[in-house]
Design a binder for this molecule. Structure first.
Ligand code: ADP
Length: 852
């Protein structure tokens, strides 16, 4: 086997050039073959050959750059190892290649290269012969000493290893049975050495030289082992179970490679990590787990994938804020001022938040409900959450839950999975670095469900004050106390929040803003913020209130202020370009940009100084700054208005009425259109309607048919049977939005009454209310949002169910002043209010005007 005594290698050897390490006599190596040259060798020599001699090849370490493996044969290392190809395995994935198992026989040196293609073949001379060594050994006393010394170190090293590992026991036996001369090669390939070191051993043709070079390597390993055992716990029994042996560079005579350095650093890191674990303030249970893991880590070879996993886990455990918290500084008066400064309007929300904070101040460990702000997008839910954190002096972290449909997102993956990681809660804690932050669970209504479990169920444990002191993330696998975390949730609607989750939270509705509120918000908060973000000053841009109103009414239609904010951002960007251009124009300043442009003249002055706004103002021209954004400028920057007051236009025919709808994005006005045609009394409904809405339509028709005579409603042929030879088509435009709910009942009745009577519905009336078959009007929800939507759309009169009168109190006085409310308890009243001059032939009840 090793430096074979009886082995006589052929004098001509095919050469295998390998980048994958250095093969030494007596050792075995697995090498992958994919270069064309080596593939040829395997195919035509190893796979076709039949004799034992044909399986002997010369393995030469290829010291050239592996990436430059081109057609040219690189310069060959002169000494190689003759090897027996023990096994050849071929595969096609990811590209055709063979894996060779080769056992080193003896050294050889290349005398002459005989051919290069298709694979190199060389005339060689065998270098190692056992008989020679034996003879030498007898004659040279010194070599005998060296070999004795080497043997001693080898035995010492092997005895430091764990004999219960079969490979170690076998090595111990080999030490006694193998000829001493074979040992340097074999031990060099077993102990931890770099390729560079192995190459030096390969080149050491003289046995004496080889012994001399290997002894320091052995000593280095022994020292490394001793050091390792010292750093480990003084538990005697375990100490010997060291599999990975690390080099000690102090006695390293052969230059060490960067690989070695990295390993040493890694080792230091593990020691540091252990220190950190011991000094960290983690819970007792966590400490126990971590110490167990670090014990495992030390025994693990670094190449094992689990090494990195365990290390990441331990690093996370150390980083988590087990006992670190910020000190609450809570002063209700200051909190009120801060909330007022940051947010305009939203009085109800601010009041509730202050109550919550006040109770916290009085009772420290508040196990109160979780606050959940529900309202349309852009009404400031998130930003109030941020303000709460600011008032408390706590860290703030937002966890977006929209679209999350895997419970491991909340609770982490078990560490057995590849790519496992902690859930968002634990991740958030790691990010903020304290255990009492404010966590904003954004969009809880948009949690999904999938095969991977229900994330809402995982949230239950997080949000339950009774349970969350021992929240167990699957990744951590130990409990973490979340009771100090202040959770706030936001949602657009409560309809899609799972009931169990809803039960844990206190819902605070955040309605949309009125136009006036939006103007105030824009001028107090949004515009200053945008100016700052764009590097502009009020001296450079001026946005008057009428312009803001124009943006609100003509360019946005929303309950919140997010689009408004974006539009203001667009204006600032456009102005920033002008300002920057103005600053850089050299001799030819541009035309003054005021939008209207009528009185703008061309600058002709050649000597106008650049980079100075005030200088250009000296010219007898309209001042360049501030740039005034008026409607013309608005049109230029934002394009033509997106929303016009189209209401009156659309109500120019009979059979159209305006309803009010509630959506998670706030209130909206909704047109209902009807037409009739010859047919067989069928009703067609279009516009993405739900079942409840369809029922309302049938109810409306039934009521009108039964009251046709009273109201003198006839079909096209003059019959009171409205469906006689007539088909009706009802359409609810904006077909992409699914509409459902009973509140369109009154609108459908009004629309059909208009169709069958041929009279126009007043163009400034909007209505909402559920109907019954007997013509009563029942209350509906979302009145505030609906009224605001009608106000936004410029409508003047609003018909609402009588029993919703109390909801009007929530609406701002200025909005109420702009509108007339009609409280209707039956359909007669609705129709009377919807048509100019009333509707009933014999009106029984006069229209009711709001007392507001
Ligand atoms: P939401 O979370 O409700 O979707 P955000 O909190 O993200 O809305 O608010 C959008 C933007 O509008 C933020 O920049 C916020 O500062 C601003 N904003 C909303 N409401 C107000 C308000 N009442 N006062 C001042 N700024 C507001």
């Amino acid at each position: 086997m090793a430096a074979g005594s009886a082995i006589q290698i052929p004098s001509r050897l095919p050469l295998l050039l390998t980048h994958e390490g250095v093969l030494l006599p007596g050792s075995t190596m697995r090498t992958s073959v994919d270069s064309p040259r080596n593939m040829q060798l395997v195919r035509s020599r190893l796979l076709k050959g039949t004799s034992l001699r044909s399986t002997i090849i010369g393995v030469i370490p290829n010291t050239s750059d592996p990436t430059s493996d081109c057609d040219e044969l690189p310069s060959l290392h002169r000494i190689g190892t003759a090897a027996l190809a023990v096994q050849v395995v071929g595969s096609n994935w990811p590209k055709p290649h063979y894996t060779l198992l080769v056992t080193g026989l003896c050294r050889f040196q290349i005398l002459q290269l005989l051919k290069e293609k298709p694979y190199p073949v060389a005339e060689v001379e065998q270098l190692d012969r056992l008989e020679q060594f034996t003879n030498q050994l007898k004659s040279e006393e010194e070599l005998g000493e060296l070999s004795e010394q080497f043997y001693k170190y080898a035995v010492q090293l092997v005895e430091m290893l764990d004999m219960s590992v079969p490979a170690v026991a076998k090595l111990r036996r080999l030490l006694d049975n193998l000829p001493r001369e074979a040992l340097p090669d074999i031990l060099t390939s077993i102990i931890r050495t770099s390729n560079q070191e192995k190459l030096q051993i390969l080149d050491a043709v003289r046995l004496e030289e080889r012994f001399k070079m290997t002894i320091p390597l052995l000593v280095r390993q022994i020292e490394g082992l001793k050091l390792l055992q010292k750093t480990r716990k003084p538990k005697q029994d375990d100490d010997k179970r060291v599999v990975a042996i690390r080099p000690n560079r102090r006695i390293n005579h052969i230059p060490s490679t960067t690989e070695d350095e990295e390993e040493e650093e890694d080792h230091d890191d593990v020691v540091m990590l252990e220190k950190k674990i011991r000094t960290s303030s983690m819970s007792e249970q966590a400490l126990k787990v971590c110490l167990k893991e670090i014990k495992r880590l030390k025994k693990m070879p670094q190449s094992m994938p689990e090494y990195a996993l365990t290390r990441n886990y331990l690093e996370l455990m150390v980083e988590l804020p087990w006992n670190k918290s910020t000190k609450d500084r809570l002063e209700i008066r200051a909190a009120r001022i801060l909330l007022d400064n940051d947010h305009y309007a939203m009085e109800k929300l601010k009041k509730r938040v202050l109550e919550y904070l006040a109770v916290r101040q009085l009772k420290n460990n508040l196990k109160g409900p979780i606050l959940c702000f529900v309202g349309p997008p852009g009404v400031g839910k998130t930003s109030v959450g941020r303000s709460i954190a600011k008032t408390l002096g706590r860290e703030f972290h937002r966890i977006a839950l929209g679209g999350v449909c895997d419970q491991s997102d909340i609770r982490g993956h078990r560490r057995t999975y590849v790519g496992s990681m902690p859930g968002r809660i634990i991740n958030g804690l790691k990010t903020v670095g304290v255990n009492n932050p404010v966590f904003l669970l954004d969009e809880v209504d948009k949690l999904g469900k999938s095969l991977q479990g229900d994330p809402a169920a995982a949230l239950l444990e997080v949000l339950d004050p009774e349970q969350n002191h021992s929240f167990t993330d699957h990744y951590l696998n130990v409990a973490f106390d979340l009771s100090q975390v202040l959770f706030i949730a936001t949602a657009n609607t409560t309809a899609t929040i799972p009931p169990a989750l809803l039960d844990r939270m206190e819902i605070i509705q955040v309605p949309g803003y009125t136009q006036e509120e939006k103007i105030e918000i824009a001028h107090r908060h949004l515009i200053p913020k945008q100016l700052e973000q764009h590097g502009l000053t009020p001296q450079q841009i001026q946005i008057p209130q009428v312009t803001t109103l124009d943006i609100i009414t003509r360019y946005t239609r929303e309950a919140g202020v997010r689009s408004l904010d974006r539009k203001l951002g667009a204006i600032c960007r456009a102005v920033a370009v002008k300002v920057a251009e103005g600053q850089h124009k050299e001799t030819k300043p541009d035309r003054a940009e005021v939008g209207e442009g009528e009185d703008c003249k061309e600058h002709v002055t050649e000597d106008a100084k650049p980079e100075s706004i005030s200088d250009t103002a000296d010219l007898a021209l309209p001042p360049e700054m501030p740039i005034l954004i008026d409607f013309h400028a608005l049109k230029d920057i934002l394009g033509p208005p997106m929303y016009e007051m189209e209401v009156s236009e659309r109500l120019s025919q009979p059979g159209v009425a305006i309803g009010l709808a509630w959506t998670p994005l706030g209130g909206e006005i909704m047109f209902v259109e009807a037409s009739r045609m010859d047919g067989e009394g069928q009703l067609t409904l279009t516009g993405q309607l739900g079942d409840v809405m369809k029922e309302s339509a049938h109810l409306a028709i039934s009521w009108l048919r039964s009251n046709a005579k009273r109201y003198q409603l006839t079909n096209a042929s003059g019959s009171f049977d409205l469906l006689d030879n007539t088909d009706i088509h009802l359409h609810f435009p904006a077909g992409a939005v699914t509409k459902d709910g009973p509140s369109a009942g009154v609108t459908i009745v009004t629309c059909l009454a208009s169709l069958f009577s041929g009279r126009l519905v007043c163009s400034d009336v909007a209505m909402t209310g559920e109907i019954t078959l007997r013509g009563l009007v029942l209350p509906v929800g979302g009145i505030k949002d609906k009224v605001l939507a009608a106000h936004r759309a410029g409508l003047k009169r609003i018909i609402i169910p009588q029993r919703n009168e109390k909801d009007l109190e929530e609406i701002a006085v200025n909005v109420r002043q702009d509108l007339t409310f009609v409280m209707a308890s039956c359909l007669d009243e609705v129709l009377n209010a919807a048509f100019d001059g009333g509707f009933a032939v014999k009106p029984r009840v006069e229209r009711l005007n709001s007392k507001l």
